[in-house]
Design a protein around this ligand. Sequence first.
Ligand code: LLP
Length: 438
Amino acid sequence: MQNENIFICENIGVADNGNLSFAGQDTVMLAKKYGTPLYLMDEDRIRKICRTYIGAVKKAFGDNGKVMYASKASSFKRIYEIMLEEGMNIDVVSCGEIYTAYSAGYPLSNAYFHSNNKTDEDIAFAMDKGVGYFVVDNEEELYAIDTEARKRGIKQSILLRITPGIDPHTFEAVATGKVDSKFGSAIETGQAEQMVEIALSLEGIELSGFHCHVGSQVFDSDVFLRSADVMLDFILDIKNKFGYVAKQLDLGGGFGVRYLASDPVYSLEDVISEIGDFVNKKVAELGIELPIIGFEPGRSIVADAGMTLYSVGTVKKIPEFINYVSVDGGMTDNIRYALYGAAYTLTLANKATENHNMLCSVVGRCCESGDIIQENVYMPDSVTRGDYLACMTTGAYHYSMASNYNRIGRPPIVMLREGTSYLAVRRETVENLISLDI
Ligand code: LLP
């Protein structure tokens, strides 16, 4: 396999000295400067994608377009500062995400608080911090939010999370829009309608509209059109039954990104424009007003802005069986192969121009056979201890899903901006790891 397959995003290149470059910077120099394993984040790319989204929704829906960054994809203080600077709203799912955004000075009136099981403590915490909208999953939660809001003498704005009954054909673990999903209330079972009726009757609740999210890593625009179709019919149905007109319709996130050269290339602008045409036409047909249309992308904002750099340790060749290339990270900083069998593009950063001709499995350093970054990939057969290995497209659901299994500290996050680099999250030290132990 030749290395032209590594250029899956415009920010990946090879420098004159043959080293892999990312956001125009030499990855080998970055690995030497900051140590490995290391998460790199291309800040210019993140900002560019935010602007693309905001421009596209404005074109499609005018002032009625809204974009929220689903911060579960990657949550740390600096990312919320960037979102604030770029005029993005945010989606948060826990007190931890709320507190991180709050600590970064992000105004939480622009936040949408998700989760399918908010505890009473979560609800109180979010209200203390002034979270703008709760996205309510189920009936118990609706009553719990109402109780807390009334106690405080406020009306809490909410969206109801509705399950439109759509199968997005993605990994089972990230499909969320089907009727039997653990998320939301289904239209098909009548529970969605019941939720509306209850929400409208509660004194502490201000129903602002509806939300749906059918899955993640979706490439087929038809999935978004079908959910918009179902949701707009639902809005009309509710208007006819209760005289209630939804002010907001959040169509969720899920836009796919390229992990491999073979993944489809598409334009976000085109997809949003297609959704815009569809929604505007449908709204006119139904004779309803265009609600605020929200999108909630996570992965597509940060995934290809990320790259992980590792140092190669052991290279174990088991003749006639398999070759293992072991790196100084693993399932602790990238759980996605173990969890979903997710595909990645890998290369040797310091030998990017060498022929990658040795079939191998790239594995981590954890005590677990499933600790695999990727199977059946090619590395140069000169691969040896001390080489640097790069794994592409690791900006989403990597740092945010990292663990301390084997008491391994999480890698730092280094931001790349206009040819410079700076630390946004420090490397977790052994002292940090025992800091909660009494
Ligand atoms: N909105 C809601 C309500 C969601 O549940 C999610 C993702 C998003 C937005 C953002 O979706 P995105 O644009 O990132 O696809 N850990 C999995 C992904 C889980 C996604 C969970 N929800 C992975 O690593 O692939």
